[in-house]
Write a protein that binds this ligand. Structure first.
Ligand code: ADP
Ligand code: MG
Length: 397
């Protein structure tokens, strides 16, 4: 288990507390259109404020060109929204790197960290300036924990004290529990379009899971590797060797990869395409496999219902079109019904969870796309590594 200082371990009264959140929310015409990420950060902000800290919040928004101010990517609308949610005024500071005033119990949001030259390159000079703003740095943005940037990594190196905020530590505890101390059987679902983008995830999970359910283009590639016809389905012909290797390893390690026995096919990729269910061996040369079939869904659902822990990334079909969403719908409901500790993440996966209305039944939904995948790949996240090293004492500035 990661060992770092937690914000809740510290006395924050009167201290200048710099908190890195992920407040990268959609903004239209100066108004925040979805405040889910702000709401997620709210308990951390409230806890620091209520402890009497001088709270300085920082975040990125979008992808501006460094060194150039862009009003469309200003965090000013976010300050307005946090003020409403907190019920007290959050001051917004456009110029902040040379120091700002903040009273105990006050909350200040500073302008988009990505407007600063050196943010992405984790520049030392910039990191030191950020660190000089605070007595305590709190890393609370799990979604950026896989990036070593000045506001996520460098600042933690030079701040007098660096710790993890409740949102970050909550997500890490949930993920570590699922991956390293899972209640068994541990069943993973890895779907989506390509083996190539999820190869490291598949390889890492194979050594840990009892069952690895594959779907989508990944399953098509595995079927092709097993010598099954896949017609015009999305698959990666150059990955079949690797897919065969995964199947071989699964036999040795005992982490079973069950293959679909029936599939839903169509002659074209469109919202109006007619869906046809077939046994896998009957897929024709002009068929596209766009979902797993009902027998397969039932069999996979049974495995999920008996699981102790479930990890889910990637839909098992083209769920955006209703007629190819049944497999994903059935599995989503099985995950939700299961008493297993379940974790799901990924942009399209979350869209599917919302489409089928199963949010409530899932133990933990990770909103951190890239960081979630890197965690599943078994990588040590740079922000976490830094917090761990800082738990041993300050690094000389
Ligand atoms: P996530 O964003 O959750 O990580 P991915 O981006 O890897 O998921 O994959 C989701 C996409 O994969 C969806 O747009 C879905 O339509 C597509 N997909 C799933 N199954 C198939 C299939 N059989 N053929 C083509 N595309 C598929
Ligand atoms: Mg996606």
């Amino acid at each position: 288990m990661a060992s770092f200082i937690r914000m809740s371990d510290l006395d924050l009264a009167g201290k200048r507390v710099l908190i890195r959140e992920d407040l990268n929310v959609p903004v239209q015409d100066g108004v925040v259109t979805s405040d889910a990420r702000i709401r997620a950060a709210l308990p951390t902000i409230q806890a620091a404020r209520d402890a009497g800290a001088r709270v300085i919040l920082m975040s990125h928004l979008g992808r501006p060109e460094e060194g150039v101010y862009d009003e469309e990517l200003s965090l000013a609308p976010v300050a307005a929204r946090i003020s409403e949610l907190l019920g007290s005024k959050v001051r917004f500071e456009r110029e902040w790197l040379d120091g700002i005033d903040c009273e105990p119990g006050e909350v200040v949001l500073v302008e988009n960290v990505r407007f600063n030259k050196g943010e992405k390159k984790n520049d030392d000079g910039l990191s030191k300036k950020m660190a000089a703003l605070c007595d305590v740095f709190v890393m609370d943005a799990f979604a950026t924990a896989h990036r070593a940037e000045a506001s996520t990594n460098g600042v933690a190196k030079y701040a007098p004290v660096a710790c993890a905020g409740p949102l970050l530590s909550g997500e890490l505890v949930a993920l570590e529990k699922a991956l390293h101390e899972p209640a068994r059987p541990l069943v993973a679902i890895v779907g989506g379009s390509k083996v190539s983008t999820k190869l490291t995830v598949l390889e890492n999970l194979l050594g840990k899971v009892d069952k690895l359910i594959v779907g989508g283009g990944i399953a098509n590639t595995v079927l092709a590797a097993a010598g099954q016809p896949v017609g015009k389905s999305l698959h990666e012909a150059d990955m079949t060797g690797i897919a065969s290797g995964l199947m071989e390893r699964s036999k040795q390690s005992g982490g079973e990869i069950p293959l679909p026995t029936d599939v839903v096919v169509a002659k074209e990729f469109s919202a109006a395409a007619e869906a046809d269910v077939k046994p896998v061996e009957n897929v024709a040369g002009d068929d596209m496999i766009l979902d797993i079939g009902p027998d397969t869904s039932e069999c996979f659902a049974a495995a999920l219902e008996g699981a102790g822990t479930i990890l889910w990334n990637g839909p098992v079909g083209v769920f955006e079109f209703d007629q190819f969403g049944e497999g994903t719908r059935v599995l989503a409901n099985a995950v939700a019904r299961s008493s297993a500790f379940s974790i799901a993440g990924g942009g399209d996966t979350i869209a599917a969870i919302d489409k089928y209305g199963v949010r409530e039944g899932i133990s933990y939904i990770s909103t951190a796309g890239g960081a979630f995948l890197e965690f599943l790949e078994g990588k040590k996240l740079p922000a976490v590594a830094m917090l761990e090293s800082r738990a041993g004492g300050p690094v000389a500035a």
